[in-house]
Design a protein. Structure first.
Length: 162
């Protein structure tokens, strides 16, 4: 069982080690002027900002990614199923984002766009992209592939259902 666990852990992304957007260390508490996320002890969240003490204005990694148009995750949805169920699928994608974003302030959808083959969803975090892939697979079956970059700072999720 230990060998199985070790192999599985090798495949998990280690974004905090390799993602250049997450390497910035702050000297104290900070608030993102764009989205309102709050950072304390290196963790960004939606918690209420304390009234006492000095709080720096620092753009969070998710807002920086959005401004730079540098997604951490790309989910490509293709197949004939997309055209007949597009509204349902987009609702599932948005609901998945809402659940993930409520607990993890840096996990957001950057863009949902149509492509010749179906839909492309870009995300600010690898975990949201993989969560969308798992949600699509659980709800609609299909075939899902996960491809991590060498640095684990980007994941490409390809979902297909005809």
């Amino acid at each position: 069982m230990d060998k199985f666990r070790d192999r599985r852990q090798e495949k998990l992304p280690q974004t905090e080690l390799h993602d250049p957007y997450l390497k910035q260390r702050l000297s104290g508490p900070a608030k993102c002027p764009e989205c309102g996320a709050f950072c304390q002890a290196g963790r960004w969240s939606w918690q209420a900002i304390p009234a006492n003490g000095h709080i720096d204005d620092v753009k969070c990694p998710a807002c920086r990614r959005i401004a730079d148009q540098a997604p951490a995750g790309t989910v490509t949805l293709s197949g004939d199923f997309i055209s007949t169920h597009q509204d349902e699928i987009l609702s599932l994608v948005r609901n998945t984002e809402a659940r993930e974003k409520s607990e993890h302030a840096l996990e957001r959808i950057m863009q949902c766009s149509s492509s010749p083959d179906g839909l492309v969803v870009t995300t600010t975090g690898v975990h949201l992209a993989t969560r969308i892939g798992h949600a699509l697979d659980a709800a609609y079956k299909g075939h899902t592939e996960y491809q991590y970059s060498d640095s684990d700072a980007h994941v490409r999720v390809n979902w297909l259902r005809n």
